[in-house]
Ligand binder design. Structure first.
Ligand code: NAP
Length: 340
């Protein structure tokens, strides 16, 4: 039964620094009716990702900002509940970018069919979706790890980081994570199988802690956080090291990025390359098949952090920006027909 109205989260105002719940507004709106060649999708899982902080800012970026009063942008996994499109049947599970809302018209800008028999459908927002592809291409194509090298990844228990370390191990590398708190570090070491994990919140001298965990230095740094954590890794880079600049979450709530210790990059001939996962979209097909196989056979494990109810999305997103999430953060908006 399709309801007459649904809930959606819009951007109410642009935060200057820290995001507040009042920067969002939860609205009730009519459920739209699909026109010709359109489908109505019931969103089941909404992906919450750090990049959304950038969309709240009216500044030049690789993607346009969300307008005031517009539905917050976001990746979604949902079920087709009405179809006027010959290519879709009611019951199809689709991944798309339909935003923070319970129902939306599709197909949207990032449509992909999801096979519920492969893995839980929420993984299409995680290990078998954008974060998984970010880890895969950011490590293998940008980081270029070689067997025997040491790979360090920050935000190591998060959606991207947890996959990076496992892929590094599969490439024959020593994998060292950096994460906040003993619980996350234990998970990174004991469940994900990293060789070591540094709790950056417990360390006085973080650079010394990186040195102790990486006695042979760091060959590849997969940078998810920036700021002081990355400075500590930079001090330990080897000659010819590679830095895959994936994100700088520690800087997202500030307008004044902190100092960075890049001086030694010259003498050490370090290569530092920023990337956006879309750069590799032409190669997603084989990579997703490979990752799907690794997930199915248990070679790659993953952790999701699922919050219930669209009304909790703003609070969960604010928590993501300060490390409250433990694993790939998603919001479950309604029943998952594929869950057993
Ligand atoms: N380039 C691309 O195409 C691309 C694509 C996807 C994601 N990204 C970037 O990748 C990074 C990780 O994203 P994700 O989806 O995997 O998020 P996530 O790791 O699941 O969640 C964010 C984590 O960042 C850590 N964090 C938050 N504030 C921090 C701070 N001040 N200092 C250090 N760590 C902090 C927290 O973990 P702790 O508790 O361990 O601190 C938090 O759990 C982000 O920077 C994101 O923007 C880039």
């Amino acid at each position: 039964m399709i309801p007459k109205t649904h809930r959606r989260v819009v951007l109410a105002r642009r935060p200057a620094e820290e995001v507040a719940e009042t920067d969002f507004r939860i609205e009730e709106a009519p459920v739209p009716a699909p026109g010709p060649r359109e489908v109505l999708v019931r969103v089941i899982y909404l992906s919450l990702d750090p990049y959304m902080r950038g969309r709240m800012r009216d500044a030049a970026s690789y993607a346009p900002p969300v307008g005031i009063g517009d539905v917050m942008t976001g990746g979604t996994v949902g079920e087709v509940v009405q179809s006027n499109h010959p290519g879709f049947r009611v019951g199809d599970i689709v991944e798309d970018r339909l935003g923070w809302q319970e129902y939306a018209l599709g197909p949207g800008p990032a449509l992909r069919w999801v096979d519920p028999s492969l893995a839980p459908i929420s993984t299409a927002n995680g290990v078998l979706g954008m974060p998984g592809m970010t880890a895969y291409f950011g490590l293998y194509e940008v980081g270029q790890p070689r067997a025997g090298e040491t790979v360090v990844v920050s935000a190591a228990s998060g959606a991207v980081g947890q996959i990076v370390g496992q892929l590094a191990k599969m490439a024959g590398c020593r994998a060292v994570g950096i994460a906040g708190g003993p619980r996350k570090c234990a998970f990174v070491r004991d469940t994900l199988g990293f060789d070591d994990c540094i709790d950056y919140k417990a360390q006085g001298d973080l650079a010394a802690a990186v040195k102790a965990a990486c006695p042979g230095g760091v060959d590849v740094y997969f940078d998810n956080v920036g700021g002081v954590v990355s400075d500590a890794v930079f001090l330990n880079l080897n000659v010819w090291a590679r830095v895959a600049l994936c994100g700088s979450i520690s800087q997202y709530n500030t307008t004044e990025p902190g100092p960075r210790l890049l001086g030694a990059f010259v003498g050490k001939r370090v290569t530092m390359r920023g990337f956006i996962v879309w750069d590799f979209s032409g190669k997603y097909g084989p990579a997703l098949r490979q990752m799907g196989e690794w997930v199915r056979t248990g070679r790659i494990t993953y952790k999701e952090d699922i919050v219930e109810g669209i009304e909790n999305a703003p609070r969960a997103f604010i928590g993501l920006l300060r490390g409250d999430n433990f694993g790939k953060l998603q919001v479950k908006l309604g029943p998952d027909p594929s869950a057993r």
